[in-house]
Design a protein around this ligand. Structure first.
Ligand code: GLA
Length: 750
C-alpha cells in the first residue's frame, strides 16, 4: 500500500514501512524506514533540530529546522548545505532540486532502454524534483516488503549537463550499524566481512566492468546485537551487472547515510537538452527477525519478482557438465559415452561446455567464432543433441559470446569490434571483450547465438564471460545496457531455454543477470568446504534455486582437498544439483552412492530447490510441504567428541514429526590399520586385500529414526554419539574430516 496525506508518503508492506515527508523547503525527508507503522505516525518521527547547528548552513536563516546537513533525507545534492555524500554530481556545479509533484500508480513504472527491473504486481510512487534546467524523478516501487528505487534525470534546459554521478537511492537511517559485504575473487567468491559503520565512509564498490567477484552488489546493515534469528537488519542490493557503489557513513547526528547505484568512478556523461539518464533499480528491505528473517523476505522477492516468470517454482533438471571431466579434450564418441554414464546415474540434462567451436582446443583461440568443430563433432551439434535426446536426456550448450580471442576468424575480420582503450590491448585469459556498445557487434552475437540455438535441440545455455573489462565510466555502463539488449533479443523469443549465467564462476552473480536466467554458476570452485562459504553467503540475498551446485572429483581441482562424496552431494543438494567430473574412473560403490543421491534429490526436489532455506548453527535446512531436510556439515574431527545437538527451525511446535537419518555408507579403508584388529589374519592396511576390500565393501553408519514434537526438534535433539576411538559400532556416527549428514523430518500424519 502506498498512501499520501498532507505531504507524507507511507509505503507499507506487511512488516516494513517507509515514511517520507515533503518538507516546507521541498526536500524529501526520510522519517522512517523499518518496522511497519500506521498512517498518521509521521509526527512521531519528525526531526526536531533544537537550538542550532554551529557552522552548518540553513536554507532559511530564521528557521533552525532548515539545516539540510542535519536532516534525515531520501535524496540530496552537492553544494547546498548537505555536506554528506551526494547521490548526484553535475560536473562540480551546485544542485538544488526541490519537490515539484508526485504520482502514485498501480504496477511498475517501466524502465527505459534495456535496463532490467523487478516485475510482477507492485505499486509505485514517483516524486519529481526540479530546478531550473533539470528534473529528477525518484521512483519507488513496493513489492510486498521490498522497495525498489531508481532515478531518472532529465535535462530540461537549453545547455548540456555534465553528469558525473547519478545514484539510484539515498537513505539516511537512524542508528549505528555493522556493514556486511561479500568479497573475494576467482574461486574464492563471497567471503563475508563485517565492519562497523562510523564517521569515515565505507564503500562497497566494483570497477571491473562487472558486478564482480571482488565485491558483490548486496550488502547488509545490522545492529550490533542482531543474530541469525533476532534483531534489526537492513538488506540492500542492485538490479545491475556492472560497476556499482554502495556507501555507508554515520553523521554526527547519528544518521547513517546509505547511497546505492552505479559506480561514479570515471563516470562523465554529457546529457543534451531534452535527454534523460536512467539508473538501475536499488533494492531494499528490513527485518526484525535477524539475518534469517531478512533472507526469507529477499528470497521471496527474487523468486516472485526477479527471475523470469516462466521459471518460478519450475523444477530444474539434474545436469551433467563436461568441463571438469573433459576440459577441451572430447569428441562425439567420448561425449556420448559420458552421457550414457550420466544417464545411468540419473542425470537429466547433458551440458557440453567450452571447446565445441572454431579452433578452440585450448583457451588461446576460437572465441568469437561459431563454426562447429567438425573434427570433434562430425555429426554437428544437431547430431550430438539428437543422440543425447535419444538416450533420454536433454541437451545444453556453453557460449562465451561477449569475448573474442585475437586468434579467431572474428578478430581477423573485425579487429575494431574488440573493446579497447586506445593503448596496447590488455588480454585476460588470452581474450578481449567485444564492444557491446556497437550495434553491429550486438547484431553479430544475436544472429550467431540464435542460429546455433535454432540449429540443434538445445534446452539449456550456460552463458559465460571470463575477463575484467577495460571500459570505464559511461562506456562500462553502456556496455551492460548492450549486454541486456543482447540477452533480451536472444532469450525473449526462446523462453523455454533454461539460461544459467556464469562469469569465471561468480564474477557476475547478481539480480540483473537473474532477470534473464533463473540461475547462476556461482563459482568455479566446487570444493564443498569452500562452497559452504560461497553458497552460504549467497543465501543471505538469493534463494537456493538461483545457483548451480555441482559435485566434482576429490581431491578437488582447486584446493587438492579430499572430501567424502556424501559431503559433496549434500552441499550441492542446497542448490540446483549437477555433476561435473570424469565418470569413467568412478568405483561401483561411488556410482551407487551417486545414484542414491540423485534419487533422493529428485524425490524431494521441490523442497531442495524451492523450500524455505534457513541457516543453522552447523548446517542448512530447507522446508516446504510439511517436509524439512537438514544437513550438518563438519570441519576437522575432534578426539573424544562430546554430545551433539541438531536444532531445527520453523516447525510447528504442536505438530509431531518423523525424524530419520539419510543412510550413509562407510568405506572399509577409512578405518586404516584398525581393520587388522578385527580381521582373522594380519592384514597390511596398504596391501592389495584391504585396498580391494575398500573398493567393494561398505558398512552402514549409525542411523536415527524417531518421532518428536516440533517443539523438541526446535529445542535441539541429541544426535547419535560420534566415533571415539573404540572401533566401528552401528549405533554411532563415524564421520571423517569434512563429513556431512542429512536428516529428513516429515509431518507425522498418523
Ligand atoms: C569458465 C567457467 C567454467 C568453464 C570454463 C570453460 O572458467 O566458469 O565453468 O565453463 O570457463 O572455459
Amino acid at each position: 500500500m502506498i498512501s499520501y496525506q498532507d505531504g507524507i508518503f507511507h509505503l507499507r508492506g506487511e512488516t516494513v514501512s517507509m515514511v517520507l515527508k515533503v518538507d516546507r523547503w521541498g526536500l524529501l525527508e526520510l522519517l522512517h524506514f523499518g518496522e511497519a507503522v500506521a498512517d498518521g505516525d509521521a509526527e512521531a518521527f519528525r526531526f526536531r533540530p533544537g537550538l542550532g547547528w554551529g557552522s552548518s548552513v540553513l536554507l532559511d536563516d530564521t528557521d533552525t529546522e532548515s539545516c539540510p546537513d542535519a536532516l534525515g533525507l531520501a535524496w540530496s545534492g552537492p553544494g547546498r548545505g548537505d555536506y554528506r555524500e551526494s547521490p548526484l554530481e553535475l560536473g562540480g556545479e551546485a544542485v538544488d532540486l526541490r519537490y515539484e509533484s508526485h504520482t502514485v500508480s498501480d504496477g511498475i513504472v517501466p524502465t527505459g532502454t534495456s535496463l532490467v527491473q523487478a516485475h510482477g504486481e507492485g505499486e509505485s510512487l514517483t516524486v519529481t524534483l526540479s530546478q531550473p534546467g533539470a528534473k529528477l524523478q525518484l521512483i519507488f516501487t513496493l513489492f510486498g516488503d521490498v522497495i525498489c528505487r531508481r532515478t531518472v534525470l532529465e535535462n530540461t534546459g537549453d545547455r548540456p549537463l555534465t553528469v558525473t554521478k547519478l545514484m539510484s537511492s539515498l537513505l539516511d537511517l537512524q542508528g549505528s550499524f555493522l556493514m556486511t559485504t561479500f568479497d573475494g575473487g576467482w574461486i574464492r567468491e563471497r567471503e563475508k566481512h563485517t565492519v562497523p559503520v562510523g564517521p569515515g565512509r565505507i564503500v562497497n564498490e566494483s570497477t571491473t566492468g562487472a558486478s564482480s567477484n571482488r565485491h558483490a552488489t548486496g550488502v547488509l546493515l545490522s545492529e550490533t546485537d542482531t543474530t541469525e534469528d533476532h534483531g534489526r537488519v537492513y538488506g540492500f542490493d542492485l538490479i545491475w551487472s556492472g560497476n556499482h557503489h554502495t556507501a555507508a557513513q554515520q553523521s554526527l547526528q547519528g544518521l547513517t547515510r546509505v547511497v546505492q547505484g552505479v559506480s561514479p568512478a570515471g563516470f562523465a556523461l554529457t546529457l543534451e537538452p531534452g535527454a534523460k539518464l536512467r539508473t538501475p533499480e536499488a533494492v531494499m528491505t528490513f527485518s526484525t527477525e535477524g539475518f534469517g528473517g531478512l533472507s526469507a523476505i529477499l528470497h521471496r522477492f527474487v523468486s516472485d519478482h526477479i527471475i523470469p516468470a516462466q521459471w518460478r517454482r519450475k523444477e530444474r533438471p539434474v545436469l551433467f557438465n563436461s568441463w571438469e571431466g573433459c576440459m577441451f579434450d572430447f569428441d562425439h564418441r567420448r561425449l556420448v559415452g559420458l552421457a550414457k554414464d550420466a544417464k545411468d546415474l540419473g542425470c537429466e540434462l547433458f551440458v557440453l561446455d567450452d571447446g565445441w567451436f572454431g579452433q578452440r582446443n585450448d583457451d588461446t583461440a576460437g572465441l568469437g567464432d561459431y563454426t562447429v568443430n567438425k573434427k570433434k563433432l562430425p555429426h554437428g551439434l544437431k547430431g550430438l543433441g539428437e543422440k543425447i535426446n535419444s538416450l533420454g536426456m536433454s541437451f545444453g550448450l556453453w557460449f562465451e559470446p561477449e569475448s573474442v580471442n585475437m586468434d579467431s576468424d572474428l578478430y581477423r575480420a573485425h579487429p575494431d569490434w574488440a573493446l579497447t582503450d586506445g593503448f596496447q590491448p590488455l588480454l585476460g585469459r588470452h581474450q578481449l571483450l567485444l564492444d557491446l556498445t556497437k550495434p553491429e557487434v550486438r547484431d553479430y552475437i544475436v544472429e550467431n547465438v540464435s542460429a546455433i540455438l535454432d540449429s540443434a535441440p538445445i534446452s539449456y545455455v550456460k552463458w559465460d564471460m571470463n575477463r575484467h573489462s577495460v571500459a570505464l565510466g559511461v562506456k562500462a555502463y553502456d556496455h551492460i545496457l548492450g549486454l541486456y539488449e543482447v540477452l533480451a533479443r536472444i532469450f525473449g523469443p526462446r523462453p523455454q531455454i533454461l539460461l544459467e549465467t556464469c562469469a569465471s564462476g561468480g564474477d557476475r552473480s547478481d539480480l540483473g543477470m537473474l532477470c534473464f536466467g533463473p540461475q547462476v554458476w556461482c563459482s568455479d570452485n566446487t570444493d564443498p568446504i569452500c562452497r559452504q562459504t560461497i553458497q552460504g553467503s549467497l543465501s543471505y540475498l538469493y534463494p537456493q534455486s538461483t545457483f548451480g551446485a555441482h559435485v566434482s572429483a576429490a581431491p578437488h581441482a582447486q584446493t587438492l582437498r579430499s572430501t567424502p562424496l556424501c559431503t559433496r552431494g549434500y552441499v550441492s543438494f542446497f542448490g540446483c544439483l549437477g555433476y561435473e567430473l570424469d565418470l569413467k574412473h568412478l568405483l561401483g560403490i561411488e556410482k551407487d552412492e551417486i545414484r542414491a543421491q540423485i534419487g533422493l534429490y529428485k524425490q524431494y526436489r521441490q523442497v531442495f530447490q524451492f523450500g524455505q532455506f534457513r541457516r543453522l548453527d552447523n548446517g542448512w535446512q530447507v522446508s516446504g510441504d510439511g517436509i524439512t531436510i537438514a544437513a550438518c556439515f563438519r570441519g576437522l574431527v575432534e578426539a573424544a567428541p562430546g554430545y551433539e545437538r541438531l536444532r531445527l527451525k520453523g516447525l510447528d511446535p504442536q505438530k509431531r514429526y518423523r525424524f530419520h537419518t539419510v543412510p550413509r555408507k562407510l568405506r572399509i579403508g577409512q578405518f586404516g590399520s584398525l581393520v587388522k584388529h578385527v580381521a582373522p589374519v594380519d592384514l597390511d592396511p596398504n596391501g592389495l586385500i584391504l585396498r580391494t576390500a575398500d573398493r567393494h565393501i561398505t558398512l552402514p553408519d549409525g542411523e536415527q529414526a524417531f518421532t518428536a514434537s516440533g517443539a523438541a526438534l526446535m529445542a535441539g535433539i541429541r544426535l547419535l554419539p560420534l566415533f571415539r576411538g573404540t572401533g566401528y559400532h552401528k549405533d554411532q556416527r563415524t564421520l571423517t574430516d569434512f563429513g556431512a549428514e542429512l536428516y529428513i523430518i516429515e509431518e507425522d500424519q498418523t
